[in-house]
Design a protein around this ligand. Structure first.
Ligand code: DC
Length: 218
């Protein structure tokens, strides 16, 4: 088995990097954050308060989540683009505190990792979902660099953006994701720490490829 777990804070470039690495090595890719986001989107649409655990538990009884490698399906609907808003980012961080939500996403993620080689990214992959992953990476960058990257992306897409607001939202989500009770964002003891603040995408992919190649040689 060759399973790569990539954890780290929001906006560190995990999904971009994970996808490129998966393509390069012919591995499947699973974005666990997208599953939390899909559940969060459903609460937003239904007007369910993200602190209403009973209502969310009930909602989950009739919720079907699937990730097919590129798209995230919520009850059969492709919501890949709809989950990428700032509102859903914070809502996903909110619902990810809830035990029954974590159980649904963790079980689904674990079953995907059972039988195939893959790259999986999230917050608790190395510490919880695939504790025995062959390679664990903790991918991070300073909050300022992550905010600047996000700001540049939005401006490039012709959207409005305010750097200070983006930075505040990033710090808020970092705090919430690292301070929650259940499986908070943390570096696994056996994970490689990779700070990408001063690296471009190609350099990060090259660094991870080197780790993979050296594992394969051993
Ligand atoms: O990686 P992302 O930004 O798409 O994740 C959205 C939220 O989902 C994140 O703020 C916390 C939660 N999450 C989690 O708790 N555990 C994971 N393995 C992945 C995401």
């Amino acid at each position: 088995m060759f399973r790569i777990a990539i954890d780290g804070p929001g906006g560190a470039g995990k999904s971009t990097i994970a996808k490129l690495v998966a393509d390069r090595y012919g591995l499947d890719y699973v974005d666990t954050g997208a599953m939390y986001r899909a559940i969060a989107l459903k609460t937003v649409r239904a007007g369910i308060d993200q602190s209403d655990v009973a209502a969310i538990e009930k909602m989950l009884e009739t919720t079907d989540i699937d990730f097919n490698g590129t798209s995230i399906l919520l009850d059969g609907e492709d919501v890949s683009t709809l989950i990428r808003t700032q509102e859903v980012s914070m809502a996903a961080s909110n619902v990810s505190k809830i035990g029954c939500v974590r159980e649904v996403v963790s079980n689904l993620s674990r079953s995907m990792a059972e039988s195939k080689d893959l790259v999986m990214d999230g917050r608790d992959i190395g510490t919880n979902v695939i504790k025995d992953a062959e390679l664990k990476i903790f991918l991070t960058a300073s909050a300022e660099v992550r905010a600047k990257r996000r700001y540049d992306q939005l401006i490039e897409a012709g959207k409005e953006a305010d750097y200070d607001t983006i930075l505040r939202e990033i710090e808020e989500r970092d705090y919430q994701d690292t301070h929650r009770e259940l499986n908070p964002l943390a570096q696994a003891e056996d994970a490689v720490y990779l700070d990408t603040s001063d690296m471009n995408i190609d350099e990060v992919v090259a660094a991870i490829s080197e780790m993979i190649d050296s594992k394969e040689r051993n």
